[in-house]
Design a protein around this ligand. Structure first.
Ligand SMILES: [Zn+2]
Ligand SMILES: [Zn+2]
Length: 133
């Protein structure tokens, strides 16, 4: 059982499976979402993800019809993404995990749009655009 949550502790969740297909995303959207050099995400089957507390503190940002991004209203932590064109999966913001010992980052993606000030110093493969299997 893996748990996670936001900075202020109002929103918590639990996972019954470990995140897979974990990556760093350097796309412009993820840089702005996180206010940082990249986002770090893992995929989890939606049936393995459960919100534990905090629904009244959860905000949903819908930049497109297909995408829902969940944030804490109080502390602003970006916790989860759902894409309706990828049903059955959710994408957990890895920094929100309380115990991430099972997480293995596999690659960088969208490195073509990475922050100019960030130098990728890593042996992982960097894909210019999104990674597709
Ligand atoms: Zn919070
Ligand atoms: Zn991205």
């Amino acid at each position: 059982m893996v748990t996670g949550g936001c900075l202020c502790g109002k929103n918590t969740y639990q996972l019954t499976g470990k995140p897979v297909d974990c990556s760093y995303c350097h796309c412009t959207v993820c840089r702005r979402l996180t206010g940082s050099a990249f986002g770090a995400y893992g995929s989890v089957s939606s049936k393995d993800f459960t919100w534990q507390t905090g629904s009244e503190y959860l905000s949903c940002y819908r930049p497109t019809e297909l995408t829902r991004r969940y944030f804490c209203q109080q502390c602003g932590c970006f916790l989860l993404t759902e894409h309706s064109d990828e049903p059955g999966q959710v994408f957990v913001s890895l920094g929100s995990l309380a115990d991430a010992t099972d997480v293995v980052i596999e690659y960088h993606q969208y490195v073509a749009s990475k922050a100019e000030w960030y130098r990728i110093d890593s042996a992982l493969t960097g894909y210019p655009q999104g990674y597709t299997e």
